[in-house]
Design a protein around this ligand. Structure first.
Ligand code: BMA
Length: 321
């Protein structure tokens, strides 16, 4: 059973008690390596009364020690962000840097209306809002865009993975919130939705959601995702998708690669949570960044070839939806 290896320095980012906006929790971080430095966006909580999330920025030269900005770089500004902006994910498409993030726009009988929005940045300080990219009423989060570099011969489409929570039942051919794949004609407009993978194992019985944006490897698109079991324990697994036809599954972990074990994963604002949201590949090493117990940011790594070989081996399955 393959396992990710936790960084010795974990947790790598903890709440800053002296800060008004990140005193209580910093978690679920996106990380992008631009060839020189690691850029991190993370979700931050400063108070528990309203529990409004903002997004902070930190940078690093080694991916472990991060220096953070004093002020949040994104905070609720638009009406659709009113109750908070959460769980950023970073991607590069045609040389531009994009961030998807969950927005809580409204509350109906204590239940927030959940959507995912997109923004673009050139400097990690300023963000151009591109609006909501998910469908109304789908309670859609865990949205990651397929990155692409330009010019690229194999992949010229706009594609994303998403997790519409309301798309369950016979009509959708899944009983539990699942990971869907969609194709579009621009970075903000997606249609042609199809079910990609649904919960199969006990560790992911309640729901699954894409964690980190797809990583292009020589064996296929590598996606680290989360699964939630009946006891609400969040763990991380992986799926490998065909490079040209990403709706084709080449391998999927049967057991989790990371499950809450350490005190910082077992206890926090939400206990028993390992929630991967960022990843990069450097010198054949996969860096996976994750939120631990909705309180802190952590890192786990693994040799890239090892995880690819594992996903293509008999230890992994090819369940497709
Ligand atoms: C998910 C999201 C994440 C959170 C996780 C565990 O639904 O809200 O932001 O980390 O639950 O509480």
């Amino acid at each position: 059973m393959l396992q990710l290896e936790r960084a010795k320095n974990n947790p790598i980012l903890v709440p800053d008690l002296s800060s008004w906006w990140e005193a209580k929790a910093v978690f679920n971080c996106a990380v992008l390596h631009d060839g020189k430095a690691f850029h991190m966006l993370y979700r931050a909580i400063g108070e528990y009364e309203d529990y409004v999330s903002r997004i902070g920025y930190a940078s690093s030269s080694d991916g472990i020690l991060f220096t953070r900005n004093k002020d949040p770089v994104m905070y609720p500004e638009r009406h659709y962000e009113k109750y908070g902006i959460e769980d950023p994910r970073l991607m590069t498409i045609d040389g531009e840097t994009y961030v998807t993030y969950v927005v809580l726009s409204d509350y109906v009988k204590n239940n927030p209306s959940v959507s995912t929005a997109l923004a673009k940045t050139e400097d990690f300080s300023h963000y151009q809002r591109l609006g909501i990219i998910t469908l109304p009423g789908s309670q859609d989060k865990d949205v990651v865009l397929f990155p692409r570099s330009n010019p690229e011969s194999v992949f010229q489409r706009y594609m994303l993975l998403h997790r519409p929570s309301t798309w369950v039942g016979p009509r959708y051919k899944t009983e539990r919130p699942s990971i869907w794949i969609a194709e579009g004609d621009s970075v903000t407009n997606y249609y042609k939705h199809s079910l990609l993978i649904k919960p199969e194992q006990t560790w992911e019985a309640l729901k699954i959601g894409a964690g980190v944006p797809p990583l292009k490897t020589k064996e296929g698109w590598l996606v680290i995702y989360h699964g939630v079991n009946a006891e609400h324990v969040y763990s991380a697994g992986a799926v490998l998708l065909d490079i040209k036809e990403p709706s084709k599954i080449l391998g999927r972990t049967k057991s989790p690669l990371l499950t809450p074990e350490k005190h910082y994963e077992l206890r926090g604002d939400v206990n028993n949570v390992v929630f991967p949201t960022g990843a990069c590949i450097l010198d054949n090493k996969l860096f996976v960044y994750y939120g631990a117990a909705d309180k802190r940011c952590c890192l786990a790594t693994i040799d890239l070839q090892k995880i690819l070989d594992y996903l293509l081996s008999d230890a992994c399955s090819i369940y497709s939806a």
